[in-house]
Design a protein around this ligand. Structure first.
Ligand SMILES: C=C(O[C@@H]1C=C(C(=O)O)C=C[C@H]1O)C(=O)O
Length: 277
């Protein structure tokens, strides 16, 4: 029997509407991890396909192809790619910023956004709670995924379910929270594509079919997904429901335009990007 196809799944709530509904099959085996680990495994040939950081897809366009209709994209606030900082954004010039080790795309997005403000900061990979890292002397802390969502709510919550999106606070006391996807939108009026489903070896048709079916099922019962992940994350259900309905999973034209703008800003020609039919 041939080796099963190896698919990498990122264990973040934001891909639960797809990952939690992907059926088991003898045709493929599942490997799980954070984005940087999935990126590494795909590029090392240890897995065959994964929803990897879009920045890694851009950087390795010669090696990788992406499914034409899958993304983790957001138009406006994402709530889980956050820079927590205790100085105003403009005052981050020359300051130290701690970066989560889980990210590739959001680290590059932060660099791009700082550069658009003419800010040069010292970016260092370092893990720990936001408060501990700020107490250790960092002026900013970049968090992504479930950790970012939880730390944002720990800082800015509790919120009432009827809170308007416009009432959601972006900071408390001296700590501000800059949502990098919202800042991207303020600059370009486009979605930001954080991840794409990329591969080196074409996936079996059954897997692509199962991914599309899983997404349709998961999005069809988002309240159930939100309830399950709210329990896992120890967050209010309405927060996780608002968080999940906000994502764009189909790499539609606006998401592609956002990806191409990101490619341009990081010096990659959009012509080199390959998507399967
Ligand atoms: C929206 C997010 O996007 C994630 C961010 C990634 C990165 O920064 O490399 C990779 C995968 C995405 O799912 C998130 O982490 O909350």
């Amino acid at each position: 029997m041939s080796k099963p196809y190896r698919i990498g799944l990122i264990d973040f709530a934001n891909v639960a509407p797809i990952n939690e509904y992907l059926p088991e099959s003898d045709a493929y085996e599942v490997h799980r991890g954070v984005p940087t680990e999935m990126n590494r495994q795909l590029l090392a040939g240890e897995i065959d396909l994964a929803n990897i950081s879009s920045f890694e897809f851009l950087q390795n366009a010669h090696l990788l192809q992406a499914l034409p209709d899958f993304s983790v994209s957001v138009l406006g606030p994402v709530y889980s790619v956050n820079l927590f900082h205790n100085l105003p954004w403009e005052a981050l010039q020359g300051k130290r910023i701690a970066l989560t080790t889980q990210s590739a795309t959001s680290v590059k997005l932060l660099e791009v956004l700082l550069s658009l403000s003419g800010i040069q900061a010292t970016l260092e990979r370092n893990e720990g709670s936001v408060q501990a890292l700020l107490d250790a002397g960092y002026a900013g802390v970049l968090k992504i995924g479930d950790n970012a969502l939880r730390e944002w709510y720990q800082l800015c919550g509790p919120l009432e379910p009827h809170a308007s999106v416009w009432d959601i606070p972006h900071g408390r006391g001296e700590v501000q929270v800059t949502d990098l996807s919202m800042r991207w939108y303020d600059h370009f009026g486009l979605p930001f594509a954080f991840a794409v489903w990329a591969y080196r070896t074409p996936p079996p048709p059954e897997l692509v079919h199962n991914l599309r079916l899983a997404r349709r099922t998961g999005l069809g019962e988002l309240a159930v997904v939100a309830e399950r992940n709210a329990r896992k994350l120890d967050l209010p259900e309405f927060i996780v429901q608002h968080y999940l309905w906000n994502f764009r999973y189909h790499l539609e034209k606006p998401d592609r335009l956002g990806l191409l703008k990101f490619a341009e800003l990081v010096g990659v020609s959009g012509e080199t990007l390959r998507f399967s039919e």
